[in-house]
Design a protein. Structure first.
Length: 159
């Protein structure tokens, strides 16, 4: 079974939505029935990837960074979407961090990079804004020799 993981920005500019969706779909093509998708289900790229992977027939593995992860969702709508995706997961990996810290987020991203065959990064190419951000996980995955596919468009700022 092929394993594809995701890391990416929480905010994707509106003008990039179609481009990101198509890039994610392209990464999922050709793996019908034999794909495991790894995601932490954060708002933005993680949830979009999980949604598309499930629609593609992939098995979803969710990596939960901390015991209080759900408290980080901004509102009931975000939390409901997270819970709905999590309920569809084939596997759930819970990391041993009690609280959602940068270290917990880094550990979750590193877990995904450690356990995938390819990492998809919805990433603007800029350094992470905090430990465990997309840039850090891309750097980590590349240090492992893991293939990384970056989806973004030049000239678009994440905001």
């Amino acid at each position: 079974m092929k394993r594809i993981g995701v890391t990416g920005h929480r905010f994707i500019p509106q003008e990039l939505h179609a481009h990101v969706r198509e890039g994610l779909r392209a990464a999922l093509r050709g793996h019908d029935g034999s794909l495991e998708a790894l995601s932490s289900l954060a708002v933005g790229a993680d949830q979009l990837f999980a949604d598309l992977a499930l629609a593609h027939g992939a098995e979803l593995t969710v990596v939960i960074p901390s015991g209080d992860y759900e408290s980080g969702f901004a509102d009931d709508t975000e939390l409901a979407r997270y819970r709905a995706l999590k309920a569809k997961a084939a596997r759930e990996i819970r990391l041993d961090f009690p609280h959602s810290t940068d270290e917990a987020y880094y550990a979750a991203g590193a877990y995904i990079a450690d356990h995938c065959d390819r990492l998809i990064a919805v990433w603007d190419g800029l350094p992470a804004r905090g430990l465990g951000g997309t840039g850090d996980i891309v750097t980590y995955a590349r240090s492992l020799g893991r293939p990384v596919t970056v989806i973004w468009r030049d000239g678009v700022e994440r905001g």
